[in-house]
Design a protein around this ligand. Structure first.
Ligand code: CO
Length: 444
């Protein structure tokens, strides 16, 4: 087996998971040329919530951040996370927006695009794979890992074959909830290695306390790349710590051969910055505490704490256990969607309504109706006729790829935003986050 490769996530998922994606470009830039010397396979620096956060909270142009990072990182590949047809937003966008967005991201320096879809609906990957490949970047397709009667090993292997046939350059097992158990990971990686030669990467979160054990078993099974974060931005709801893993593997055949001295310099740089976010309350001890209930209920940590606060605000804390029991039932009703954004929020809201409104599906959020209409894609198993009728009556369910129903929209967005947009990238920021981007462009 060859040396393990490491994707450093601190500049995307690390701060997204621990400090609500609040690292500024000024905090990131002074250290990236040091990070470039460490010997990482890649650095995840863009996408996910970073784009929204730049515009919404930091009064920063996310495109400018990417350009500045690229100017200082010469050796290490830059990676971004994209939600497939949702790109960096929370709904499906038309193909022309997906195309222009990814094209610009790659032009500004993204080398690897990790694409995922909340429903693992292969059709929602197609446009992204096509564009990323055409623009000469590396397209990594991620399976959103979840546990259910139908999410078997065979289910994942079939999905991986679909990715491979569509031209994926590598595969990621994306365990956003931190529920992939160590021995399961071993079996899954071994099984994937039997059916494909594509590199396999594991992305997980420490939420439930098993992430490092899972990585170690996956490494034994031959996983090619793993995601870790530099110590001050690791653990809790973030990724396992880069230095600890590098030291664990030192001198073994899977030694990632990272520059330990420079890792320590980078950690020292981030410590006071992270402490600032502890002091101002952005980093709460809650996200650092291990939450094994995540494994017990198979509910992501973030969703669990959302449910607790929702039940509090409804003065219905006594019904919390009932809601917890309702979540898996709603999930089964809806065809076992993985509990990742936006499905986790949607399933959580429906479970709360089912418990507090005195009857199941008496109150139904709009998003759940859209989901039942097929507008998010197809769930792994179809919703039963009985449940479908409860949610949308006799309305028709679409069977085409949801984005097939969306007209190209770039020209409309461009006309709408007018002179405020100076570049195609400004128009794309507006297309993804109309209100927030408009305010940003007005202030600029
Ligand atoms: Co993550």
């Amino acid at each position: 087996m060859s040396k393990l490769k490491i994707t450093e996530t601190s500049l995307r998922d690390g701060h997204q998971s621990l400090i609500a994606t609040r690292l500024t470009t000024d905090e990131i830039l002074p250290i990236v040329s040091e990070m470039d010397k460490i010997g990482y396979h890649s650095m995840e620096v863009w996408g996910g919530a970073t784009f929204d956060s730049c515009l919404r909270f930091l009064n920063e142009d996310p495109w400018e951040r990417l350009r500045k990072i690229k100017a200082n990182v010469k050796n290490t590949k830059l990676q971004m996370l994209s939600r497939g047809q949702n790109i960096l937003g929370y709904k499906n966008y038309p193909d022309d927006i997906v195309e222009k967005f990814l094209k610009n991201a790659i032009y500004e320096g993204i080398d690897i695009v990790r694409v995922f879809d909340a429903l693992n609906d292969f059709r929602n990957f197609k446009k992204s794979i096509e564009v990323v490949k055409r623009e000469g970047a590396h397209c990594q397709c991620a399976i959103s890992y979840t546990i259910s009667p139908i999410h078997t090993q065979d289910y994942y292997l079939k999905l991986i074959k679909d990715f491979e046939n569509a031209g994926a350059d590598s595969i990621c097992i994306k365990d956003m909830s931190g529920i992939l158990l160590p021995f399961e990971a071993y079996k899954l990686v071994k099984a994937i290695k039997e059916v494909t030669n594509l590199p396999i990467e594991i992305h997980n979160h420490c939420t439930s306390g098993i992430a490092e054990m899972t990585l170690l078993k996956a490494i034994e099974a031959g996983v090619d790349i793993v995601d870790t974060a530099i110590s001050p931005l690791s653990s809790g709801t973030s990724q396992p710590c880069t230095e600890s893993l590098a030291l664990t593997l030192k001198g073994t055949e899977r030694d990632p051969e990272l520059d330990i001295q420079t890792l320590s310099t980078v950690a020292d740089y981030f410590k006071p910055i992270v402490n600032k976010y502890v002091d101002n309350g952005t980093l709460s001890s809650k996200v650092l505490m291990t939450e094994p209930k995540t494994l017990q209920y198979q509910i992501p940590g973030g969703m669990l704490s959302n449910l607790i606060s929702q039940m509090k605000s409804l003065n219905a804390e006594d019904k919390f256990e009932t809601v917890l029991a309702e979540v898996p039932k709603v999930r089964a009703d809806l065809g076992y969607p993985p509990l990742v954004t936006p499905m986790s929020q949607m399933v959580g809201a429906q479970a709360v309504f089912n418990v507090i409104s005195g009857g199941r599906y008496k109150i139904i959020p709009t998003e759940i109706k859209e989901y039942a209409r097929g507008k998010y894609g197809s769930p792994a198993v179809p919703i039963s006729t009985e449940i479908k009728e409860k949610i949308i009556g006799n309305e028709e369910v679409i069977t085409v790829r949801p984005a097939d129903l969306l007209e190209d929209a770039y020209d409309n967005f461009k006309a709408e935003i007018g002179n405020l947009a100076k570049t195609e990238q400004d128009v794309l920021s507006y297309a993804l986050f109309p209100k927030v981007a408009k305010e940003f462009l007005e202030k600029r």
